[in-house]
Design a protein. Structure first.
Length: 487
């Protein structure tokens, strides 16, 4: 296929050149009706590029196949049979993927460290999760993707499971052995879904961890807004083989997606695909070199330790690691990752995506350069000088891996929609949760609807909240009370 083509971008350019006068959405009329005070901040070009697809980028019956051709080019670029653009992020994409494999009351193997969007899919669908434990690193309090032996054991115990979901890479950049897990799934005649939200860049460089489509997965989800050059909410899910019907997958996406998709997402996905096919390897080579040199420089700063393959990969850990994730342990400065992240933003105008009780994660992409890398290093160097002035971090009561595995008393859907009551936190121990309690990021719930709340996990999330953890889900943001299933 000719990857110099950009069907969506070309259609947007033609819309402008032909001077269409729209009387259909969007109501801002390509920015003419926008408050000038908004344009001063956002810019007029954002609105000028916001065009509806039917009777906008394409005709009323979409006979130009603008979106379809863009998706076909995307699939070809990453060795998939089909690609579907999503304008609601990978949160929608992973829901669509799961609903295409399993339906109400059917079973699906799901890792317990999955993102909250996966749990939302379980609630929406009524799918019964068969939980698979991740590879827990108790020393570092991290979860890595599970391995093929665990998967085989579960399929033998739960032969009616319709398939499996694997989360890789994790927010920390650790990756599972997709090929080995896919082989086990296919041994049992079941499809493998890969939540590869952090892996949109993986197909485009040989020195990065394996890409799901190249590793024989059936269906995978990517967030191009995370590691690519598309605007926020830009996601693509890819399909290959015949274990998942593409028509069923599209129908599930239609069930959940919007009928008013913005061309900003479609156009930037289209352009990113062209950029990666034509220049991706060179851009990512530069990014990898920059990340490696930056990791080495940060690792020499007093009190900081950069973590990577040595800490994350090996037996019962991860299979590989994405070096564009720079994981920095700040515990040597006697501060928490939460404190470090807040200090960097307030005092050095540097932001990072993930922090926890002892680490922060800076994610490099092909867009980074010496200027941004130097800003990160200089900010961390300043932090090492000022860390002594920060208050002693509040302790987080970290449970063991065994204590994190709660008893499932009800399906997530049944608990979420049950008659509920809000009880004082100390009275919630032993009760069945009716809400998620999710440290975010990374967004893997500590407590799910349907699980029995324990003292250990309750102490973990409450102490974490006091120490700086963000918990966006509970009805009571202070966790003085918790939503539980009524007796």
């Amino acid at each position: 296929m000719d990857h110099s083509e950009t069907p969506v971008l070309d259609a947007l350019q033609q819309f402008r050149e032909r001077g269409y006068v729209p009387f259909n959405p969007p109501g801002h009329r390509q920015g003419r009706g926008v408050d000038p005070r908004v344009l001063d901040v956002v810019g007029a070009d954002v609105f000028a590029a916001d065009v509806i697809t039917p009777n906008g980028l394409d005709d009323r019956r979409t006979t130009g196949r603008v979106l379809e051709r863009a998706q076909e080019l995307m699939a070809d670029a990453v060795n998939a049979d089909h690609a579907f653009f999503s304008t609601c992020g990978s949160s929608l994409s992973v829901k669509s993927a799961m609903l295409a494999v399993a339906g109400p009351h059917e079973k699906l193997i799901v890792p317990r460290h999955a993102h909250k969007s996966v749990i939302s899919a379980l609630i929406l669908s009524g799918v019964s999760p068969v939980w698979i434990s991740p590879h827990w690193d108790a020393e570092r309090h991290l979860a890595h993707p599970p391995g093929p032996d665990q998967v085989r054991e579960l399929f033998r115990a739960e032969p009616e499971a319709r398939g499996m979901l694997l989360v890789t890479p994790t927010d920390y950049g650790t990756c599972g052995d997709i090929r080995a897990v896919a082989a086990v799934c296919h041994e049992f005649g079941k499809p493998l879904i890969v939540d590869e939200a952090w892996g949109a860049h993986l197909p485009f460089h040989p020195d990065l961890p394996p890409w799901a489509m190249d590793a024989d997965a059936d269906l995978c989800v990517t967030s191009v807004h995370k590691s690519g050059s598309a605007v926020e909410q830009s996601s693509v899910f890819h399909l290959q083989g015949d274990r998942v019907d593409p028509n069923v997958l599209k129908a599930r996406e239609d069930l959940l997606g919007t009928t008013s998709a913005t061309s900003l997402v479609y156009a930037t996905l289209d352009g990113w695909r062209r950029q990666m096919v034509q220049h991706g390897k060179a851009l990512l080579t530069t990014a990898l070199d920059l990340a490696h040199s930056t990791r080495a420089t940060i690792d020499e700063l007093p009190g900081l330790r950069v973590m990577g393959e040595a800490e994350f990969t090996g037996p019962s850990l991860a299979d590989s690691f994405d070096p564009l994730k720079i994981v920095v342990d700040v515990s040597g400065l006697d501060i928490s990752g939460y404190q470090a992240t807040d200090w960097l933003r307030e005092h050095r105008q540097v932001t990072v995506g993930l922090s926890d009780h002892r680490r922060l994660v800076a994610h490099f992409t092909h867009a980074d350069d010496r200027h941004s890398a130097t800003a990160l290093v200089d900010a961390l160097r300043a932090l090492t000088r000022e860390a002594g002035s920060l208050p002693t971090p509040k302790p987080v009561d970290l449970p063991s891996p065994q204590e994190l595995q709660l008893e499932t008393a009800m399906l997530p859907r049944d608990a979420f929609f049950a008659t509920v009551e809000q009880v004082d936190a100390h009275r919630a121990v032993g009760r069945v949760a009716a809400e998620m309690i999710t440290p975010y990021p990374p967004g893997a719930p500590a407590v799910l609807p349907g699980e029995v709340i324990t003292r250990e996990v309750l102490d973990y999330v409450r102490s974490g909240l006091a120490a700086g953890m963000v918990l966006p889900d509970p009805a009571d943001a202070e966790l003085e009370s918790i939503r539980v299933v009524a007796r």
